[in-house]
Design a protein around this ligand. Structure first.
Ligand code: ADP
Length: 506
């Protein structure tokens, strides 16, 4: 063999060839086998005697993997002793004596004797295992890709080192309106240029904990739309590289539905306030009558004096007009209270004094306070902190409760309506509206807050259900109980520090 040193004894050469796991055989310039090692015999099933002197191509290399004929002239092994170059091949098969084949990798190296090309030496190995492993890897990659692309949510593989997007699934491309080619040239920052500090803080949490879920970020699409998303990210290792596997769930539909639900709720509250207004209008008409009559009297008195009064009397005109102005102001305040109450009102919250809210609401139902039929008792705590609420909505709760109580007290002798405000447990404020009316059957107590539950012939049964939505929206609770002596008390709580809606859902 040409590769062995001239000095290496023949016996040593045989030992080396016998020890190697690769098959090795030599060919002369006609392609006939000149020698083989034991591994070549083991791998092909032909003994050395069966191979020596035979055309090796006809014996073990005659056909392609699909069984089609492999012409000798195209054989890279034979090419070695024709063109004098080394040929390395790993996509062909060799055929065993029993007719089966195996994938092979071989190197065919030309042999020279005194500069004259005398044949080639071929070293080959069975790569069945390697092909299986490659196939398994391909299948696994295929499976991963299928799952990656079949998920309904956008998925990204991001470098944990520099935030580069290494891979993205079909849904990610669809959601953001980028081709896969473009998306994989971007980085995480390109998708959140409008909220970099938030991005940094979320990803520093991720580095600390290895896993996060957040609905605080929105992704910017190629057309500039900000898409609210629920992100779930996990740090993982892919091919020895620290990566972030990021799942982004498109929340556009959810956010739109929440917005619509809030709008519907606000509309419902508004309609309910309009219907309350109808019921309290007669009380208000009576209340407005007083200042308007007073204005009329003062103005008429002033006119009389101007027409025929003495100089002395004329000096009191200014006083009468002042009083008329004060009464006009009172009437205007009553009207403006009502107008504010029925205004369309969005979800604005502000720090308010709960006693003022309750008092204003009570005035809408009982403008003059206690009446001939009902004694109004206000038990207000003056120790209460300001509270963050939607003023109009809380007034609506109080109006509903006070109106119900006044209606319940319709036939009651010595009727008393008691309104209480007080500190309550868990940093909240409690408001109670109690009456000594007829109360309600115990069986109805549990369904009172359900919509359309009413005992009134002209009732809609939505007042208490709206009260509950408003109170729960503020993070509080509302309950009704029968009083031990007579009537009912409704109380509700409002937390001093309500949890606000998460950003992005507004
Ligand atoms: P509506 O007033 O249209 O019936 P609500 O939801 O405000 O609707 O009230 C539901 C029912 O609760 C009323 O029909 C009434 O039977 C009962 N209710 C509410 N407040 C009182 C109360 N203070 N005393 C007795 N029953 C009450």
């Amino acid at each position: 063999m040409a590769e062995f040193s001239e000095d290496l004894p023949r016996k040593h050469q045989d030992l080396i060839l016998g020890a190697t796991g690769d098959g090795v055989y030599g060919l002369d310039c006609e392609g006939r086998t000149t020698f083989t090692n034991p591994a070549a015999a083991r791998l092909t099933g032909y003994s050395a005697q069966e191979m020596i002197g035979k055309g090796q191509h006809d014996l073990i290399h005659h056909s392609h993997a699909d069984g089609s004929h492999f012409p000798k002239v195209e054989c890279p092994i034979y090419a070695a002793f024709k063109d004098g170059n080394v040929h390395h091949v790993s996509d062909e098969v060799f055929w065993r004596k029993d007719g089966s084949s195996f994938p092979v990798e071989y190197v065919s190296t030309p042999m020279f004797d005194d500069g004259v090309l005398v044949g080639a030496v071929v070293s080959f190995r069975d790569i069945t295992e390697r092909k299986h492993a490659e196939q398994a890897l391909r299948e696994s990659e295929q499976r991963y890709r299928t799952i990656f692309n079949a998920t309904h949510d956008a998925m990204f593989l991001i470098s944990a080192e520099d935030g580069a997007i290494l891979d993205a699934n079909i849904e990610a491309c669809r959601m953001l309106g980028y081709s896969h080619e473009v998306l994989t040239t971007l980085s995480g920052i390109d998708l959140h240029p409008h909220e970099i500090p938030k991005l940094h803080s979320i990803f520093s949490d991720l580095r600390r904990t290895g896993k996060i879920k957040s609905d605080q970020l929105s992704c910017r699409a190629s057309d500039g739309e900000l898409i609210p998303a629920l992100l779930s990210a996990t740090i993982t290792e892919v091919n020895g590289r620290a990566c972030i596997l990021l799942l982004a769930q498109d929340r556009r539909k959810e956010v739109k539905a929440a917005r619509q639900a809030r709008k519907l709720q606000a509309d419902l509250h508004h309609v309910s306030r309009l219907s309350s207004m109808g019921e309290i209008a007669s009380g208000l008409a009576h209340e407005l009558n007083q200042p308007l009559t007073a204005v009329m009297n003062y103005v008429q008195a002033a006119k009389r004096i101007m027409d025929s009064g003495s100089a002395e009397q004329r000096r009191s005109i200014s006083e009468y007009l002042g009083k008329a102005a004060a009464q006009t102001d009172r009437a205007a305040k009553i009207i403006s209270g009502l107008r504010k109450f029925i205004e369309k009102n969005e979800a604005d919250r502000s720090k308010e004094n709960i006693n003022d809210i309750v008092e204003e609401a009570t005035k809408l139902v009982l403008p003059g306070g206690s009446t001939q039929d009902i004694e109004l008792v206000l038990n207000f705590s003056n120790q209460l902190q300001l509270i963050l609420v939607n003023k109009i909505q809380v007034q609506q709760v109080v109006v509903n409760l006070v109106r119900n109580a006044v209606e319940a007290l319709g036939e009651t002798n010595a009727a008393v309506l008691t309104i209480t405000t007080a500190d309550a447990a868990d940093h909240s404020i409690m408001i109670a509206v109690g009456d000594n009316g007829p109360g309600i059957d115990d069986g109805q107590l549990h369904t009172l807050f359900e919509p359309f539950v009413t005992t009134k012939s002209d009732g809609m049964g939505v007042g208490l259900s709206i009260c509950r939505t408003i109170v729960e929206d503020h993070g509080g609770q509302i309950e009704a109980e029968q009083n031990a002596a007579a009537g009912m008390t409704f109380h509700f709580t409002l937390p001093l520090n309500p949890v606000q809606d998460a950003p992005g859902t507004q």
